[in-house]
Ligand binder design. Structure first.
Ligand SMILES: [Zn+2]
Length: 258
């Protein structure tokens, strides 16, 4: 397991939150949302640990955890579909948890039905095809099944912007907080767009250190298909992606395995 470099940060948002807590009429609801989103994120993390993905950082916010999983978006498509799906899958199990809490007298039936609605809303929002929501990440992985790395990334970001436009146009989300979240997502997409050349280099670097044995594909471009072993056009012949990456970035001995 890869915990040696794990950094856990407690967000400064806790300070105003704890000060406001006694006066918040919805403190109990926020507490439950914290539990739901924490279990959601833990499911991603456990699945990532199972597949030997290093977890770099965990931020603890008043509304739940947020984990940074290193190399997500670079590795096996199947494993990453499982890691991404693990979080949303938890929301399918929560109704049974609420029922259990009602049976044990921990929750009133009316509050449980309210939580039921909140849980369904979180799940639906999370599955919107907008990067970096889980729905957007699943869409990204889908594009990587048949597009070259950079094309798949651009397709993800363009489709995310189209989805956000549709959400605004059809008023799928309403209220000030929804607008703030959508603006935050637009910002994330913009930043991802700008850092795409770096993201592609990180993918190449990862791929050089983690060679794959997938089905081969002939590739005449200077980009790689993530889900295939690329045989790249080189001069008058073809070379394996491992040799091509070594030509571009030097031998493995000269670089540290992350
Ligand atoms: Zn998630």
């Amino acid at each position: 397991m890869h915990f040696h470099k794990l950094r856990i940060r407690i967000s400064l948002l806790w300070l105003p939150y704890l000060l406001m807590l006694p006066y918040l009429p919805v403190a109990r609801l926020i507490g439950w949302i914290f539990i739901m989103l924490t279990i959601h994120e833990m499911a991603h993390m456990l699945c990532a640990i199972l597949f030997h993905y290093p977890i770099e950082r965990i931020n603890i916010y008043p509304f739940g955890l947020a984990a940074t999983i290193t190399h997500i978006g670079h590795g096996s498509l199947v494993k990453e579909i499982l890691i991404i799906s693990a979080g949303p899958l938890m929301h399918v199990l929560f109704p049974s948890l609420f029922q259990f809490c009602v049976a044990k007298g921990i929750l009133s039936p009316s509050f449980a039905s309210y939580l039921h609605t909140i849980n369904a809303s979180i799940l639906l929002f999370n599955l919107l095809p907008i990067y970096p929501l889980d729905g957007g990440r699943l869409m990204q992985t889908f594009f990587h099944c048949f597009l070259r790395f950079r094309t798949a990334e651009y397709a993800t970001l363009i489709c995310s912007l189209i989805s956000i436009t549709a959400v605004f146009y059809f008023h799928l989300l309403q209220g000030v907080s929804a607008v703030i979240v959508l603006i935050f997502l637009i910002l994330q997409i913009f930043l991802s767009w700008r850092s795409l050349p770096l993201t592609q280099l990180q993918f190449f670097h990862y791929r050089r250190l983690h060679p794959v044995a997938y089905d081969p594909i002939l590739n005449e471009s200077f980009d790689l298909y993530r889900g295939r072993r690329n045989i790249i056009k080189y001069g008058r012949g073809w070379i394996d992606e491992k040799d091509w990456l070594t030509q571009r970035f030097g031998s493995e001995k000269n670089s540290r395995r992350p």
